[in-house]
Design a binder for this molecule. Structure first.
Ligand code: BG6
Length: 487
């Protein structure tokens, strides 16, 4: 069992803290994974906010926990862990001394996790004050959110600034996709089953699709999103991380160094897309009003309240990994807001059989397909060709082996990426966090795309509730491929 720890949530009154971080800690408590003696210290900007914080957190918990998770008894016990504190993260005023007094009440070797639930622009100042106020101990860690920076250069600056005060071992860069149980299962599937591993390369696989489609729009994040867009918000981190897990070689051991080394090699082998290659291999889109789940939803510009914006809410990419394992296999990456369905999945399309003995009598046969669905519910589906058993004719059709993992394992456990990652940070386990070199390499691949988009072109439009712009279908059609659209 984990030792008690102190987790200081800077930006404790913010959306992320109330919507994700506190519910994650509550779940950890309910499952018996929050050690007694742990303190959760959300920071707020004034004494009035501190006094009302427990009420604010209580409301948030009722709103954001899933049905059946909230109950008054557990909430009361959980609230005992909460110690709201006043801190102004950009000013080294006297409140910081109060924070220090509270933290110093406990032994010096108690782990301190500083969770910066803040805009990246203030990470540096916050770390600087933490250091000046002598709050950083040997057992301290800092957790930072993605995306780190807006481009490679700004990411380097942020990382360099944090590195002045924390060693790389103390820096935990979050990509919450890596904390999803289903995403970890990707590695388990690949590296604990010889069946997949032996059929996991260019000899057997025709193409791989990695899609994260969302039905939500801007939510309440217009300011952030319109500057970031889908490429920075989803591709630079979540999609590239999923790509790494799908394409990497087996790590030598299951520790942070081995896993990160293998992921980094994938990022290094990603074929760069520059200048006109960007136009040829990437489609960006923006949603216009459309019908989603039977309701007319506004377009991006209406949600934003601006007359114009070239920000992309959809991206589709044809990528290649230039190494022996993957030579010639297209990797199609796709993400978008206000799409037809919420779904994250990996679709592996196998090559057709080398000689179709059924060609004359039966006709073409469909290649095997493996679909690993990460959310909303986790399942693994393998499509095989089979003879129809209900007549004498030789008729073939695809049948699907379907494993509903979410039904098998859901009982009594709420899979929550933030819970897993916050507890990992407290336990000093960095395996599911991103190394600085990965951030650098991912931006190196993304930067030329941003540059090209700044010079040329505008997003293609797609209707809310659709699967994205037609151009995205054409991107695959040139290789005789099609998106696998779930449902
Ligand atoms: C976040 C993005 O990192 O991931 C959001 O900033 C996005 O724009 C979210 O909606 C998706 O996460 P999930 O876990 O709901 O798929």
């Amino acid at each position: 069992m984990l030792n008690p720890f102190d987790i200081i949530i800077f930006g404790g009154g913010g959306d992320l803290a109330l919507r994700k971080l506190l519910p994650a800690m509550y779940r950890a408590y309910q499952e018996g994974n929050l050690p007694q003696g742990t303190r959760i210290l959300p920071t707020v900007r004034g004494a009035d906010k501190r006094d009302e914080y427990i009420d604010t957190a209580h409301k948030a918990m009722k709103e954001y926990l899933a049905k059946g998770e909230y109950n008054a008894k557990d909430w009361k016990a959980f609230a005992e862990f909460l110690v709201p504190v006043v801190v102004n993260v950009t000013e080294a005023d006297s409140h910081w001394d109060e924070l220090k007094t509270i933290l110093d009440e406990h032994e010096a070797d108690k782990s301190r996790v500083f969770y910066l639930s803040l805009p990246p622009a203030v990470y540096g100042t916050c770390c600087e004050i933490l250091s000046a106020k002598e709050l950083i101990t040997d057992t301290s860690r800092v957790v930072v959110e993605k995306p780190i920076g807006y481009c490679g250069k700004s990411a380097e600056e942020i990382n360099a600034k944090i590195a002045q005060f924390f060693s790389e071992e103390q820096i935990f860069r979050i990509d919450h996709y890596l904390g999803k149980e289903t995403v970890q299962n990707l590695m388990a599937l690949r590296f604990s089953n010889s069946l997949f591993e032996n059929l996991w390369d260019a000899k057997s696989i025709d193409n791989i699709q990695i899609s994260i489609s969302e039905t939500v729009g801007l939510e309440s994040r217009a300011g952030f999103y319109d500057k970031a867009g889908a490429l920075r918000d989803m591709v630079q981190n979540h999609l590239l991380q999923l790509l790494c897990l799908v394409a990497m070689e087996s790590p030598h051991k299951l520790n942070a160094n081995s896993i990160r080394t293998e992921k980094l090699k994938v990022l290094e082998a990603l074929r760069p897309l520059v200048a006109e290659q960007v136009d040829e291999n990437i489609v960006r889109g923006q949603y216009v009003p459309g019908d989603l789940d039977g309701k007319l939803v506004p377009g991006y510009l209406e949600e934003l309240g601006e007359g114009s914006s070239a920000t992309e809410t959809f991206v589709a990419i044809k990528a290649h990994i230039d190494n022996w394992r993957w030579a010639g296999v297209p990797f199609y990456l796709r993400t978008g807001k206000r799409m037809h369905k919420r779904c994250a999945e990996i679709v592996v399309e196998y090559k057709p059989v080398s000689h179709n003995v059924y060609e004359q009598d039966v006709g073409p046969i469909q290649p095997n397909r493996l679909v690993i669905r990460l959310q909303p519910e986790e399942s693994i589906q393998l499509t095989l060709m089979s003879k129809r058993l209900d007549n004498l004719e030789m008729q073939l059709e695809p049948v699907t082996l379907n494993i509903e993992l979410s039904e098998t394992y859901s009982k009594g456990f709420h899979s929550d990426a933030y819970k897993r990652l916050m507890l990992d940070a407290a336990a000093n386990n960095p395996a599911l966090f991103i190394h600085r070199d990965e951030v650098r390499q991912a931006w190196k691949w993304i930067d030329p795309i941003i540059e090209r988009w700044q010079e040329k072109g505008i997003p293609s439009l797609y209707r809310a509730g659709s699967w994205g712009p037609d151009d995205a279908d054409e991107l695959l059609a040139t290789n005789n491929h099609r998106w696998f659209n779930t449902g």
